[in-house]
Write a protein that binds this ligand. Sequence first.
Ligand code: ADP
Length: 409
Amino acid sequence: MITVLVLNAGSSSLKACLYRLAPEMAATAATPPAPLWQGLLDWGQDPTVARLKVTTADQRYEASLTHPEGGIAGLRDWLKTLLETLTSGSTTLLESLAEITIIGHRVVHGGSRYQAAVRVDGQVKATITEFSEYAPLHNPANLLGMELMADICPQTPQVAVFDTAFHGQLPAVARTYPIPYELTTAGIQRYGFHGISHQYVSERAATLLQRPLAALRLITCHLGNGCSLTAVKGGVSVETTMGFTPTAGVMMGTRCGDIDPGILLYLLRRGKTVEDLDRLVNRQSGLLGISGVSNDLRQILAAIDQGNAQAQLAYDCFIYSLQRGTASLLPALGGLDALVFTAGIGENAAGVRRDVCRGLGWLGIELDSAANEEGKGDRDIALPTAPVRVLVVQTQEDWAIARACIQLL
Ligand code: ADP
């Protein structure tokens, strides 16, 4: 059996899950297996206190943890406590942590240096450090996760799976910003994000359509709190809406997506600080900014039901932004075989799928409203007669990381 621990270490939370499978199943599993165990640590303003949550098939466990120092020392202890739930308790899953075959880490930014998952070594860590400047909240947390796991399981190989890797083959015209070229060569380029999800759902789309991925032209729409769309041609990301940072592209929950850079210059000249603008574009914009209600689509929909015009405007701008984003990817594909919806909004909000597709009828997109509104699970929701397929696929980023680890064994 292969036992894979997947870790997603962030600046205020750490998520982990465990898969155990026979090697032949790892290679052939068409539908992702459920993790045996899921763990979460999150900590807020007070660095000495964390919340721990563990879920297995037959139990849920929650606890509050404290540490006199907090910080890295606290996280080390809390992570040990979290992992001890694998080797103790009523449903002991492992005799010891040494049974973990391999550990996979989700890493936000690896630039375009890695186009696939890689074993963690000094060189990989140096790259993650180098790109920390571009992802200051995420990359250092990812590195710390690797270092703590090297302490706890010193013999176990670790793998880095980058969110940017799937976009590592973007052509120069997609990658290059129209700015002085020396800035491009200094690294200011489109990198793209959510790559683990875009890659997984494009592979899954090929399985659902029973067509080779190499022959497909797809637009994958990852619509969660962060949103990005990617043009996938023959299994390769050829254009994507996020850019140098995840702030770019379509409108999101709290991020603005593409706006006129002149707005930022104007506000800077009016006395706003760089920190103010960071907050503005990343945390105060998008659905939250326009509606004044929430970044959460469910709350926007509830406010619309109560006649809130600003919430309606936020929703309409969101739909329009997704339609424009979709259309903007078409030149990279030269046609479209399927549009794929995924993540919290893409998987659950039938109304968003309906409204986005309504404006794209001219592309050959026509929804089967029963399949869209009442269907469940990964499925095709286009009318059988429509020339373009529309799919809903549940993203499985943890499984995609686990699979990438197994492929490296
Ligand atoms: P994250 O990017 O943080 O992983 P998710 O992928 O969980 O986020 O997506 C969160 C978004 O999904 C929120 O805007 C939430 O309102 C939306 N969402 C989740 N479930 C539903 C639902 N049933 N109907 C409409 N929107 C939903």
